[in-house]
Design a protein around this ligand. Structure first.
Ligand code: IMP
Length: 187
């Protein structure tokens, strides 16, 4: 299980989004959010662990007074590359979002099942508004349609890692988003 960190790059077959491309997009999203929420105070809610780098970078490109909160969810069962749709809250919001302008910050939307659960959960907490920002969108496998307000990149139906995204909890620390070599799944 414990392999040297250099192997992380060797496991990646293809860099889909370079660090430069990601950073430029995050700055662009931050500027749009700043314009759209001008004169309002925002609460960014991110979902651990995958959204952590995106949230950290995005919030520094939003030039508004804001608060942040973190949730952690896990899906029950399913393989390591699938979500089951049954979501369990491992960490709930720390503060009330009643009457707040909430922007949910996601790493990736795949089937949409996790997001669907979260949106319903957060709506039940009575925010003034609730919008969604995702770095990556994989529409090919969507099972639930949810309107997404801010999308960084639409990507093909490939399992990706890096910039927060994991396979078996690894690869989150890569600065780019890449596709793993098929051998990695079989070992
Ligand atoms: P959904 O419920 O199918 O939309 O899946 C959302 C969650 O599944 C994401 O927040 C990720 O944790 C995980 N996920 C979906 N696709 C990928 C991927 O390509 N790489 C890594 N994690 C993924």
């Amino acid at each position: 299980m414990s392999r040297p960190a250099a192997d992380l790059h060797a496991d990646v077959a293809d860099v889909l989004l370079s660090e430069e491309v990601i950073q430029a997009k995050v700055a662009e999203l931050g500027a749009r959010i700043t314009d759209d929420y001008a004169d309002r105070e925002l609460t960014l809610v991110s979902v651990l662990k995958g959204s952590l780098p995106f949230m950290a970078d995005l919030m520094r490109h939003v030039a508004l007074p804001l608060t942040i909160d973190l949730m952690e969810v896990s899906s029950y069962g399913g393989a390591m590359t699938e979500t089951s749709g049954l979501v369990r809250i491992l960490k709930d919001l720390s503060a009330s979002i009643d009457g707040r302008e909430v922007l949910l910050v996601e790493d990736i939307i795949d089937t949409g099942l996790t997001l669907n659960y979260l949106v319903r959960y957060l709506r039940g907490k009575n925010p003034a508004s609730l919008r969604i920002c995702t770095l990556l969108d994989k529409p090919a496998r969507r099972l639930v349609e949810i309107p997404v307000d801010y999308v960084g990149f639409t990507i093909p139906d490939q399992f990706v890692v890096g910039y927060g995204l994991d396979y078996g909890e690894r690869y989150r620390n890569l600065r780019y988003v890449g596709v793993l070599r098929p051998e990695v799944y079989s070992t």
